[in-house]
Design a protein around this ligand. Structure first.
Ligand code: ADP
Ligand code: MG
Length: 317
């Protein structure tokens, strides 16, 4: 017998948390949350649709991870401290095996970052999962997209392109699922929350890379009313990636692939040397260019202009 809506919520989505700022969580008409005085509430929401954002055979655990990770990544990109999450679930049936695995993925990530699930909604329909995250930050320290200025140094964290390579391996049927480290980078991206915190008061602008580095850099430039020079020869390529793909493919994955959830950020030139020490120790920081006056992104390789057509992903293009 499939379980009903209320049993489902109670069984899978009512784990308590030890956050003292949750005055009332799951179970009432709405949650009551206490925002620390002097801090701004930071809110983000993201939806994953089966067939579009995750493959129909994706492990439910990875969907639970991913739907929270993409949201936490947005908070990381704001330099915010995450606190609470709401979950809207649309499911074709109340399949307990699926629910158990999904909830395990979601709670594992939530608990690692001290995030409490405080409410949601559950309906029958096509498989669509939406998470809203709430957090807070001192307003003057929030990392925005619009603060980059000519001369600022452009950085990206980690190894952009790995997730897109993992997705492509899955699509082509050449990956061994979760055992493949590139697939894990795609399914279990780590939101860069510690880096976001470290960049408060240091980065002039920041955003998370979800739709490919080039398109996302164009967004940052537009928001800041500036241009950028991207040094293609400086794009970081992990040995994991280069051992399986040509340099050209690695660059294509980084520039046009999605799902990296690394941070793209700018730092005033006179403070760029502070980045290495400020960043979490296991996460490499890469200088990949510079902000310029003007508009748009100019790609160079070893000082020579290179024509790189295209931008990031657009659902309606
Ligand atoms: P209402 O009809 O008032 O919207 P619901 O019956 O939809 O209430 O939900 C009951 C309680 O369970 C609410 O506190 C709601 O936030 C919570 N809830 C519902 N679905 C979920 C879910 N998928 N995850 C977490 N909490 C949920
Ligand atoms: Mg409801």
């Amino acid at each position: 017998m499939p379980i009903g809506e209320f049993d489902l919520i109670e069984r899978y989505f009512s784990r308590g948390s030890d956050r003292r700022d949750v005055l009332l969580g799951v179970g009432d008409d709405a949650a009551l949350l206490e925002v620390p005085p002097g801090r701004a509430l930071v809110a983000a929401v993201d939806t994953l649709v089966e067939g579009r954002h995750f493959l129909p055979d994706a492990p439910p655990e990875s969907i639970g991870h991913q739907v929270l990770a993409v949201n936490l990544s947005d908070l990381a990109a704001m330099g915010a401290d995450p606190a609470w999450a709401l979950l809207s679930l649309s499911l074709p049936e109340s399949d307990e095996t699926w629910l158990q695995s999904f909830a395990a993925g979601l709670y594992a990530l939530a608990e690692r970052h001290g995030v409490a699930l405080v409410g949601g909604d559950t309906v029958r329909g096509p498989r669509v999962v939406t998470v809203t995250v709430l957090g807070h930050v001192e307003p003057a320290l929030a990392l925005r997209r619009d603060g980059a200025r000519p001369g600022d140094v452009l950085f990206v964290s980690g190894w952009p392109g790995e997730a897109a390579a993992g997705l492509e391996a899955l699509r082509r049927g050449v990956a061994s699922g979760d055992a493949d480290p590139l697939v894990r980078r795609y399914r279990y991206a780590e939101p860069r929350l510690a880096l976001g915190r470290a960049l408060r008061g240091l980065a002039s602008a920041a955003m998370d890379v979800s739709d490919g580095l080039l398109g996302d850099l164009q967004k940052l430039c537009r928001a800041s009313g500036a241009g950028a020079r991207l040094d293609l020869e400086r794009l970081p390529v992990s040995t994991q990636l280069s051992s399986r793909h040509s340099r050209a493919d690695c660059e294509r994955f980084a520039l046009f692939g999605g799902d990296d959830y690394e941070l793209l950020f700018t730092v005033p030139a006179d403070r760029a040397a502070e980045i290495e020490a400020a960043a979490p120790s296991a996460l490499p920081m890469h200088r990949i260019g510079v902000i310029e006056a003007g508009a748009g992104v100019r790609c160079e390789r070893d000082g020579r202009l290179e024509d790189v057509p295209g931008g990031g992903y657009d659902h309606f293009a």
